[in-house]
Design a protein around this ligand. Structure first.
Ligand SMILES: Cc1ncc(COP(=O)(O)O)c(C=O)c1O
Length: 495
């Protein structure tokens, strides 16, 4: 007995000695030097970006492997050499989606205050999952969500959460909507979507264990919007067949075309038929900041996905979800395991971990709060106007050139079109598709602009999407001119 306690004491002594000091880590002078170097890089990168090429695109895998494939380093290297590696190999070898001439997919274009807010959030590294650990972070998120609620016309009882992006928000919304179903009904419940829904909705359904046949995809009307008569008919006939119409997912800014579905009419239909209306406004939601009725009816949705990292000047990842009847969010997700008993939410406290999928959450709200306070809502309103005007201007130039066909006129800040060669009369649709894909690829390879394509009614469309405060009319004019030149060259066969 006596021996054992001596043994314990010697082990304790050894442990005391082993852990007497923190691990070696860069000291204050080194942190200052390294931090200043990163800041210098960030400011230069931010200011120079418009003057540089868009970045590397589709580099073959073996080239990247040759640069980056390494054994994990057992011993650390000086900051300067790793930073130099970052500057030389990491930074230039991906596309810069925040570049003002990147007009593909849905770009991201953070303001500098958002970048700084993101950095500060990493610095404090608050645990934004529970109130007791992070009351300030939680309240800042609640305040930001309240601002968005107000913009979107949502009532006080609505609740929300910031997410990694629109995919997580759409999944979270559908999980909440499912709580309304009794278990036995889950396999016959149907989600109605238009052909232009974002595919994250399909993936959410798959993650939730729904069958592909539980997603009813309806062709859009001629203007690209949800067809109300078709939806009404589908709901009626599915009900007659013993199925359970359950959710309608509408777009407020479809990824393909920017189209906004008829939200008011959809809300009427969903109200009549007791369906959950989810509006995927991941891209288009900031349009509510502008006068006008672009998103009329969005305030009547049961849930809304909105992504500040798309058209709201934020760094990735900043998505969000609002649920009109806010209590349903907590009802769907709240759990209290034993080891969290100390931080259970008391009256008046909010645990964001009870509102969604993640427990550990970074302080995403900070960059939004920070940038909105520094820039002001007026700046974001101007951002929306600016981008809508760019899309309108692009369409006017496209039409004026006489070389293109508009496939979907500008909606919010997206416009879709295709190049038509002089020989249009003798060109098949398949040849036109190949030509337009080749035009896009050629433009990308030149590295000055980056566009993407989509397919609308089987026709390949060139697509421009504007979300960047730094994109100027001059960039748009130069882009259309470049498209005309490439189109002429490729259709003349001088590839
Ligand atoms: C309309 C829409 N919904 C959802 C998403 C998915 O959002 P995220 O990429 O942030 O997950 C996107 C992405 O482009 C989108 O455009």
């Amino acid at each position: 007995m006596a021996d054992e306690s001596r043994l314990d004491e010697s082990r304790l002594e050894e442990l005391r000695r082993l852990c007497a000091a923190p691990l070696p880590h860069p000291d204050v002078a080194e942190m200052r030097r390294a931090g200043e170097s990163v800041l210098r890089f960030a400011i230069k990168d931010y200011t120079d970006l418009p003057d540089r090429p868009i970045g590397a695109y589709a580099t073959p895998r073996h080239e990247m492997e040759a640069i980056f494939r390494q054994e994990p380093p057992e011993h650390g290297q000086p900051f300067e050499s790793v930073m130099a590696e970052f500057e030389r190999f990491v930074s230039p070898n991906s596309l810069r989606v925040s570049h003002p001439r990147f007009m593909a997919f849905i770009p991201g274009a953070p303001s500098f205050p958002s970048i700084l807010g993101d950095w500060l959030a990493s610095t404090v590294n608050f645990f934004a999952g529970v109130w007791k650990e992070a009351p300030s972070a939680t309240l800042v998120e609640l305040v930001v969500l309240d601002w968005f609620k107000e913009f979107l016309g949502y009532p006080a009882e609505a609740q929300g959460i910031l997410t990694s992006g629109g995919s997580e928000a759409n999944l979270t919304a559908l999980v909440v909507a499912r709580e309304r179903l009794v278990f036995a009904d889950r396999s016959r419940a149907l989600i109605y979507v238009s052909e232009h829904r974002h595919w994250s909705v399909d993936r959410a359904a798959r993650v939730m264990g729904l069958g592909q046949d539980q997603i009813v995809v309806l062709p859009a009307a001629a203007d690209g919007r949800f067809s109300i008569p078709d939806l009404e008919k589908a709901v009626q006939s599915d009900t007659r067949e013993g199925l359970l119409p359950w959710v309608v997912v509408a777009n407020a800014g479809a990824t393909n075309t920017g189209v906004v579905d008829p939200l008011d009419a959809l809300a009427d239909l969903c109200g009549r038929r007791k369906l959950w209306l989810h509006v995927d406004a991941a891209y288009g939601w900031p349009a509510v900041l502008c006068a006008g009725e672009m998103l009329r009816g969005i305030d009547r949705a049961d849930s809304i996905t909105f992504d500040p990292h798309k058209w709201f000047g934020q760094t990735f990842e900043a998505g969000g979800l609002l649920i009109r009847d806010g209590k349903e969010l907590t009802r769907s997700f709240a759990m209290l395991p034993e080891y969290m008993q100390d931080v259970a939410a008391d009256e008046g406290e909010v645990n964001f971990a009870d509102r969604g999928i993640a427990l550990t959450r970074r302080f995403r709200a900070l960059k939004i709060w920070f940038s909105m306070k520094i820039l002001g809502v007026g700046w974001f309103r101007r951002l929306v106007e600016h981008c809508c005007w760019l899309a309108e201007m692009a369409q006017l130039l496209i039409e004026e050139s006489g070389r293109f066909e508009i496939l979907s006129p500008h909606q919010l800040s997206v416009v879709c079109f295709r190049y038509l060669p002089e020989t249009r009369g003798k060109t098949t649709d398949e040849e036109l598709n190949r030509l337009n894909l080749a035009i896009c690829e050629d433009i990308r390879r030149q590295g000055r602009f980056f566009l993407s394509t989509t397919r609308l009614r089987d026709q390949v469309a060139l697509r421009l999407c504007f979300v960047n405060w730094r994109t100027r009319s001059e960039d748009v004019a130069e882009c259309i001119e470049a498209l005309v030149n490439v189109g002429e060259r490729l259709s003349a066969g001088n590839v």
